[in-house]
Write a protein that binds this ligand. Structure first.
Ligand SMILES: NC(=O)c1ccc[n+]([C@@H]2O[C@H](COP(=O)([O-])OP(=O)(O)OC[C@H]3O[C@@H](n4cnc5c(N)ncnc54)[C@H](O)[C@@H]3O)[C@@H](O)[C@H]2O)c1
Length: 275
């Protein structure tokens, strides 16, 4: 807060993984954080999601950087929950809005015993409806302040490489991540005149709760046996990124250095999309 102006980030899926990394990295840049997570499992996603204890740890890490944090439990699928989390979170840290919005919450419904039709719908609900809800809740108050802002939506290389599919949950994941790119373009045009930039990041595989589980291991082993495309990162020695690697890109994108970047799909992928 070198200029005395408080800056606030509203981050969904902040209990762990990339969301936590964004929170900690932005806190290090002097930004206060409203940290949102569902802190509960979803039955179409066959691995454990973030917990309240993990979300508390994220907030503790933000505070360790000398910034304020507000813990908010909310499901991004539910507009009203997200609106309450936004109001309570910004009030708790003494802010009128969030200048930075990271729509990051997500999960992958790898093949399991559940109904794949439900898994498809859930995936779209979490990662497409959830992103739309996040933008619709957070940006009108920012517009009212007249201050500039930056929104980052977490898509995936899955949106453009067509390798995540063949089962309802996986198809839904890809549909949602591709849909995010359309939403990003629309909101970049709608919010640009208010000096609010909107971009999407497309991470390659990241070492997080989404990939550190048995359901992922089973799926990826099968996908490697029957590759639909060249599934590899180009840069040497990079099997997966760490969440902090993605946070570095996001911190730059939302910073002053990124001030002329909007409407962009940014792969953070060690060359995966281009391979
Ligand atoms: N891990 C990867 O390989 C990878 C690659 C590309 C994109 N992504 C995307 O990155 C984002 C972050 O995932 P991650 O890798 O950090 O995984 P992660 O599982 O560690 O973190 C995701 C967080 O989102 C939360 N969440 C899930 N559904 C929610 C909901 N309905 N409401 C609120 N919170 C919810 C979870 O509780 C969890 O804490 C996701 O959108 C994911 O699809 C991940």
């Amino acid at each position: 807060m070198a200029d005395g102006v408080q800056r606030v980030a509203f981050i969904t899926g902040a209990a762990r993984g990339q969301g936590r990394a964004h929170a900690v990295r932005l806190a290090a840049e002097g930004i206060d954080v409203v940290a949102v997570d569902i802190c509960a499992d979803i039955d179409t996603i066959p691995y454990a999601l973030g917990t309240r204890a993990e979300l508390e740890e994220t907030c503790a890490l933000v505070e360790k950087e000398g910034r304020r944090a507000s813990l908010q439990v909310a499901d991004v699928r539910e507009f009203d929950q997200l609106q309450r989390a936004f109001a309570a979170g910004t009030a708790e840290i003494g802010a009128d809005c969030a200048d930075i919005v990271i729509a990051n919450a997500g999960g992958c419904a790898y093949p399991s015993d559940v109904d794949e039709v439900r898994a498809f719908k859930d995936a779209v609900d979490i990662m497409l409806v959830g992103v739309w809800n996040t933008v619709k809740v957070t940006t009108p108050p920012l517009i009212e302040t007249g201050r500039p802002g930056a929104v980052v939506m977490t898509s995936s290389t899955a949106a453009v490489r067509g390798f995540t599919g063949g089962w309802g949950g996986l198809d839904g994941y890809t549909a949602a991540k591709a849909g995010i790119l359309g939403l990003m373009r629309v909101f970049a045009n709608l919010l640009g005149p208010h000096n609010i930039r909107v971009n999407a990041i497309l991470p390659t595989g990241v070492d997080s709760g989404m990939t550190r589980n048995e359901a992922f291991a089973n799926w990826i082993a099968g996908a490697a046996e029957h590759p639909v495309s060249n599934l590899r990162n180009v840069l040497p020695g990079v099997d997966v990124l760490q969440p902090a690697d993605v946070a570095d890109a996001v911190a730059w994108l939302v910073s002053e250095q990124g001030r002329y970047i909007t409407g962009v799909c940014l792969p953070v992928d060690a060359g995966f999309c281009n391979a």
